[in-house]
Design a protein around this ligand. Structure first.
Ligand SMILES: C[S@@+](CC[C@H](N)C(=O)[O-])C[C@H]1O[C@@H](n2cnc3c(N)ncnc32)[C@H](O)[C@@H]1O
Length: 412
């Protein structure tokens, strides 16, 4: 059957089959209740004006609002929604049934999946800062038969309904910090699922509340439109060469010309000397590198590049959409392309500048240490700003406006 002649039900089933297969390829298992909800909710009702086959692409978000060049609202990609719902259900003891949920960032689709998952004894509230988005969500939810989802227009940096607590808060915009309101609105053993940027890299973290702090249960690689309002936090890209960019956090400064100039200096390459199997997941390694390098180098940054710049040999990043990089005493280093031998690969680092051999060696050494330690995964601890150093767990500390984040690593 061609996609042109497939019904909504057929397209939806094909999408969910793909999502289940993608989960398996990543070593994840889709929870049956998440799969069941995905097979029921008609996604095309939340993407009016978009061809039905596009509404059922498992890997694409449907943009619903732009301001200039920037996408400010979308119906999130099904693969990401499915993974985040799975994270939520796994982290909540007893799962999602009967739970009271606050979704931050509305579109309607995810809220209706949540409505299916919590069942009649649960509730779903969705909040968006943008009245156009909430009006649209109200209309789409009504058409799809989910008129009992509460839709609120507000900046979610502040509490939505003073005194009300939720079992789950699921954030669907990219956050830089965890405002106090989110923790205050979580039930004692509640879960916050949030795409959070640490060291310039965003992961969807499922965090469980333990008293006044949160501790992570899982994390997934992800990308989201940025949080707006009082919690907005600028992320900038600076061009250092044709098609080569550095991603900088607020407050970070680099001189693009001098860093770009380093790229034309001779390159030193170092190897970790490891042999990893094909499906190894390196997202955890990138956070490990960030945590190790942040205290050692002048600046930890993220390098990204256009395919043309890679083809032209200007840079050779491990992942051109965002690879760990460091600037230290006039030398630039980054995690570089993998080196394959038969069916295993080695991890590399390359560097340019006066101390290039040492910088590449330092990065390769940290990568070898990660493999030697059993490829540990990050655990994120979120504590209120003002928590004294002595009360923090031992790990790499990242201070935000409202919270102190600590990254630790644990082997499976
Ligand atoms: C990716 S969209 C949400 C997708 C949606 N959950 C779905 O079902 O596909 C992100 C939304 O977050 C909203 N947003 C951004 N900052 C916000 C804030 N401070 N408070 C509430 N909503 C916010 C944006 O207006 C945007 O509509």
């Amino acid at each position: 059957m061609s996609v042109d002649t497939m019904s909504s039900d057929d397209l939806r089933d094909a999408m969910v089959d793909q999502l289940v297969a993608d989960h398996a390829a990543k070593g994840l298992t889709m929870r049956p209740e998440v799969e069941a909800a995905l097979r029921v909710v008609p996604r095309e009702l939340y993407t009016p004006g978009v061809p039905m086959e596009e509404a059922y692409r498992s890997d694409t978000a449907v943009v619903t609002k732009r301001l200039g060049d920037e996408t400010v609202s979308s119906v999130s990609a099904p693969w990401l929604i499915a993974e985040m719902l799975g994270q939520a259900a796994d982290a909540l003891t007893g799962g999602l049934h009967g739970r009271h949920v606050l979704e931050i960032g509305s579109g309607g689709y995810n809220a209706s999946l949540l409505r299916e998952l919590v069942g009649p004894s649960g509730s779903v509230t969705t909040v968006d800062i943008d009245p156009e988005v909430t009006e649209r969500a109200v209309a789409c939810l009504a058409v799809a038969g989910y008129g009992d989802v509460s839709v609120v227009c507000a900046d979610a940096e502040q509490p939505i309904d003073l005194g009300r607590c939720y079992d789950l808060i699921i954030v669907t915009a990219g956050a830089w910090d965890i405002p106090a309101a989110w923790i205050a609105q979580l039930a004692e053993d509640g879960v916050l699922v949030v795409p959070l940027r640490t060291f310039g890299m965003t992961r969807s973290w499922a965090l469980r509340r333990v008293g006044d702090r949160l501790v992570s249960h899982s994390q997934r690689l992800c990308g989201f439109v940025a949080m707006r309002g009082t919690g907005a936090h600028e992320m900038r890209y600076v061009d250092i060469a044709a098609g080569v960019h550095l991603r900088l956090d607020e407050g970070q400064q680099v001189d693009p010309e001098s860093v770009g100039g380093l790229l034309s200096q001779p390159q030193e390459q170092a190897w970790a000397g490891v042999g990893l199997p094909p499906r190894s997941v390196l997202a955890d390694l990138d956070l490990w590198l960030a945590a190790r390098l942040a205290d050692e180098v002048d600046q930890f940054v993220v390098l990204s590049a256009q395919q043309e710049a890679v083809d032209a040999g200007i840079v050779a990043p491990a992942w051109r959409f965002g690879t760990p990089a460091a600037l230290h005493e006039g030398t630039f280093s980054y995690r570089s392309t993998l080196r394959w031998t038969d069916d295993t690969f080695d991890l590399g680092a390359c560097a340019h500048g006066p101390d290039a051999a040492a910088a590449a060696g330092r990065m390769a050494g940290h990568m070898r240490a990660w493999v030697d330690a059993g490829e540990p995964s990050p655990v994120l601890h979120v504590l209120p700003a003002g928590t004294p150093d002595g009360a923090l767990p031992a790990g790499t500390v990242l201070d935000k406006r409202h919270s102190r984040l600590v990254l630790t690593f644990t082997s499976a």
